[in-house]
Design a protein around this ligand. Sequence first.
Ligand SMILES: Nc1ncnc2c1ncn2[C@@H]1O[C@H](COP(=O)(O)OP(=O)(O)O)[C@@H](O)[C@H]1O
Ligand SMILES: [Mg+2]
Length: 370
Amino acid sequence: MAALELDGISRHFGDTTAVSDISLSTEANEFLVLLGPSGCGKTTLLRMIAGLLEPSAGRILVDGDDVTTRPPRDRDLAMVFQNYALYPHLTVEKNLGFGLGVRHMPKKSIGRRVSEVADLLDLGPLLRRRPKELSGGQRQRVALGRAMVREPRAFLMDEPLSNLDAKLRASTRTELISLHRRLDTTFVYVTHDQIDAMTMATRVAVLNAGRVEQYGTPVEIYDEPATAFVAGFMGSPPMNLIPAELCSDDGQLAVRAPGVDLVLPMIGDESEKRAVLLGIRPEHLVPVSANHPGPTLRGRVDIVENLGSEEVADCLLGETRISVRGPRPIGLTSGQSTTLAVDPERIHLFSAQSGRRLTWQSESVPALAL
Ligand SMILES: Nc1ncnc2c1ncn2[C@@H]1O[C@H](COP(=O)(O)OP(=O)(O)O)[C@@H](O)[C@H]1O
Ligand SMILES: [Mg+2]
């Protein structure tokens, strides 16, 4: 049974459409990440799932129950807020037990449940402290613990790591992954950070302007982005998108742009030239000598950035700026001309008009599906 099902969910605020006809469903106990840039409707969607905001249209089902019109307390979901929302005057222990006290659970049972959760989250040594005596990461864990004591059907989290520094973000991600494994509960996690999605999600919905651009596993979304928007959002640096022309010479398809003349591993009949975006991941471009025999791009190196184990070079192909990423030293110097090898099997093509991915099967199938 689908743990969470969104069926045609929309939400308008006056003339603004924050969420537009979103339908998707998850399997039981997934880690669903709602990913997209600021203002794309993530928080609005999460608030509707939580019951804090009514949809303008559509239905929300949890474990098969239609909860669309139910108040938040009857949905059995736990929302973990961005700003933690801890009670500043209460100790960690009291913060953890507060929700159960409000529900009139006997004191003894509260104590037992609080210590179980404190063990699970390593909060034991902090139980007597107040929120102001905790670090950001510790507060985050208390906020999570407060949601966990109720054993909800799903955890809903809105950018829970955004107040943490880079190192703490990384370790908290690891903790969340292991927590998700141990709890066997659905997580719905909102973020604008594609690394959060890549590392933690079992499934990702990439949102753009209130719509789902693509719904799939992190690997599907990284390896086969459905649109140029998704391609340009995932990866650091993201996929290079080079405005180009798709054409055919005697049935052999080729892509051309300044510095680009690639023959593709397929045949097709493009009697008219078609405007496309040529997508190549920065890690799939390899600096080679100028007389390299295979397919290459030609450009000029602008800036080389040292990331420690790797380097990222910014290059110009005509007017188009692209990134090349590889182990340090990448072998490129600012100002020099460069030749970059590319495997035509690893390129992506998107319609310049619609942004949608153009797909092909194999050389034996002379078709480019649009
Ligand atoms: N209460 C509201 N009133 C009017 N507009 C809103 C309200 N909440 C959100 N919006 C608008 O809806 C869109 C999506 O917002 P939001 O869901 O907060 O995006 P995200 O969380 O992805 O940054 C934005 O254009 C935002 O301005
Ligand atoms: Mg938001």
